[in-house]
Design a protein around this ligand. Structure first.
Ligand SMILES: Nc1nc2c(c(=O)[nH]1)N[C@H]1C(S)=C(S)[C@@H](COP(=O)(O)O)O[C@H]1N2
Ligand SMILES: [Mo]
Length: 530
């Protein structure tokens, strides 16, 4: 048996497994989801034809998933070893192999429900690890082989079979040392990932089992949905709600560990536990939350039912001292925002939310507690994983996004969006359906109009809403001749302000301008007649 071939196999195996370790740990750090290998297992299960899957599942019993993982592990280990062997003669072979593996894994990850671009990061990290580690390991092996091929020097006569030159032996030693170090590092990295992942999973499990009594009792008002396909649903499901946070590692806070401190310019500091908060009287309201960096027509906006405790009551209990005009909010991950004190104490219903659409807040949306303030953009109000409220003055601090050039106060701006037709869509000419959503939290929307090709503004029907704090669905139809068209939309709020067509960037305090969509209408009379 060729011991040197064994070394190449070992190099491939160590590089491969180290890549699995870094990608697993990256997955544990970045998300609460499983590692890419699990994504592959799930894809295999999903893509397996029903009867085969049934058989396999019955055959393996309850442990089928674990067994499938072990099998995948064994198979990729063989592939890794083969790639190491291939690297000996064809430098590009492992590169090609790793690329194929990474692409397959990326596809499997994207097949998972609710996955996004960030979920690909572990795959990228694993891929880079493969390349770097394999290069690291084969460099001394190549050196050894080159040395072994060099013409033998006049040797001292000996009975020992030739094992190559001292340089070759040295190269192999260097390889073994590196393989050992890298392998050890991989074990440490994977261990760290396991610890991180189990903490996160424990919090996720706690959250899943948590029932917030009385939450989710306010159904969407009848008529909030106009029943038009492809308009954003009036209620945004939790797993479709947009996500914005600076945290790379989303805090996983067990409710028992959560504390909120209310202090600063107050008569009495308050410290609350999660149980303290849950023991208080709760409020529940439909509120639309949107991001200041949402461009005109963008989808960084969602509408949900929020359950929590009014900040006005907590702050009244703390006793705000004269002179204060702001609350500096801090999250567990150190993000900060400054909220006008008034917005947290007036009767708009600002709350420390514990539930979203009737269930405990999802971890990525701020579990166990976040702030929610109707009428303000998220970046100045909607602190996820909130742990500290300091009553203070705007003059005395500068919060995370304000330091980066964004406006200090952040009241929302009136906006409307076209969801139907989609940009570039082709629809039959004639009576064409238009629709979308519009919002102006705090004031409410009184009218939405749309205009095709700069023609007259056509009033749209509006869905019913429970308050001024949610978005409203709009829909309408108008006659459109065959050809290419452009539709624009504008809203009017309940104070009579008409949405401006002046285009402004999202920076520093929210975009303005009208959403517009290009679409094509096709003449259907021929085909209908023929
Ligand atoms: N801790 C923390 N809270 C945060 C942020 C953040 O980066 N960190 N982003 C804010 C911004 S800019 C917005 S728009 C909302 C988004 O809330 P969502 O991710 O639940 O939709 O959260 C706000 N709360
Ligand atoms: Mo935001």
């Amino acid at each position: 048996m060729d011991g040197r071939a064994g070394m190449w196999r070992l190099a491939g195996l160590v590089a491969g497994l180290t890549g699995l370790a870094t990608s697993y740990t990256a997955a544990m750090v970045l998300t609460i989801r499983e590692s890419p290998v699990v994504a592959i297992a799930e894809a295999v299960i999903r893509l397996t034809p029903g009867p085969v899957a049934d058989f396999v599942i019955r055959f393996f019993g309850a442990s089928n998933k674990a067994l499938l993982l072990v099998m995948i592990f064994l198979i990729v280990s063989l592939v890794f070893a083969a790639l190491g062997t291939a690297a000996r003669t064809r430098w590009w072979a492992p590169l090609a192999g790793y690329s194929v593996l990474a692409l397959l894994t990326a596809a499997a990850v994207l097949l998972q429900r609710g996955s996004g671009p960030v979920d690909l990061l572990p795959v990228v990290i694993g891929y880079l690890t493969w390349l770097v580690v394999l290069a690291l390991l084969v460099t001394p092996l190549r050196r050894a082989e080159r040395a072994a091929r060099e013409p033998a020097r006049p040797a001292v006569p000996t009975d020992v079979p030739p094992v190559g030159s001292p340089a070759a032996a040295q190269g192999r030693r260097a390889f073994l040392v590196r393989a050992l170090l890298v392998g050890g590092a991989a074990v440490v990295v994977a261990g760290a990932g396991k610890v991180l992942g189990s903490g996160r999973r424990a919090v996720e499990e706690t959250r899943r089992l948590l029932r917030i009594e009385g939450a989710g009792q306010t159904p969407p008002p009848r008529g909030s949905s106009l029943g038009v396909d492809d308009i954003a649903s009036w209620q945004t499901p939790n797993d479709e709600f947009y996500l914005i946070h600076t945290a790379l590692v989303v805090p996983a806070i067990a409710p028992v560990d959560w504390r909120l401190r209310i202090h600063g310019l107050v008569e009495r500091e308050i410290e609350l536990t999660y149980d303290d908060l849950l023991a208080r009287e709760r409020t529940e309201a439909w509120v639309t939350l949107n991001c200041v960096s949402n461009p005109v027509g963008g989808d960084l906006v969602g509408n949900a039912l929020w359950t929590g405790v009014l900040t006005s009551e907590l702050l009244a209990e703390a006793g705000v001292l004269p002179g204060a005009d702001a609350v500096l909010q801090t999250s567990e991950d150190g993000w900060t925002c400054g909220t006008p004190l008034e917005a947290l104490t007036d009767d708009r219903g600002a709350m420390l939310a514990v539930a979203m659409n009737g269930e405990a807040l999802p971890i990525e949306h701020g579990f166990p507690v976040r702030t929610l303030v109707p009428g303000l953009y998220g970046y100045v109000s909607a602190t996820k994983w909130v742990v500290d409220l300091e009553v203070t003055r705007f003059a005395d601090f500068s919060a995370y996004w304000t330091q980066r050039g964004w406006g200090e106060r952040g009241p929302v701006k009136i906006a409307s969006r076209i969801d139907v037709p989609r940009s570039g869509e082709s629809v039959p000419a004639g009576n064409v359906a238009f629709g979308g959503v519009a919002w102006m939290q705090g004031t409410g929307i009184s009218a939405v109009e749309f205009s095709v090709d700069g023609g007259p503004w056509v009033p749209a029907d509006l869905g019913r809403v429970p308050s001024a704090d949610t978005w409203v669905q709009w829909a309408g139809t108008t006659e459109v001749a065959p050809g290419d068209h452009l539709v624009r939309v504008r809203a009017t709020d309940s104070a009579g302000n008409v949405q401006t067509d002046v285009e402004r960037d999202v920076l520093p305090d929210g975009a303005t301008g009208l959403d517009e969509v290009d679409f094509t209408t096709t003449d259907t009379t021929d085909t209908a007649a023929g």
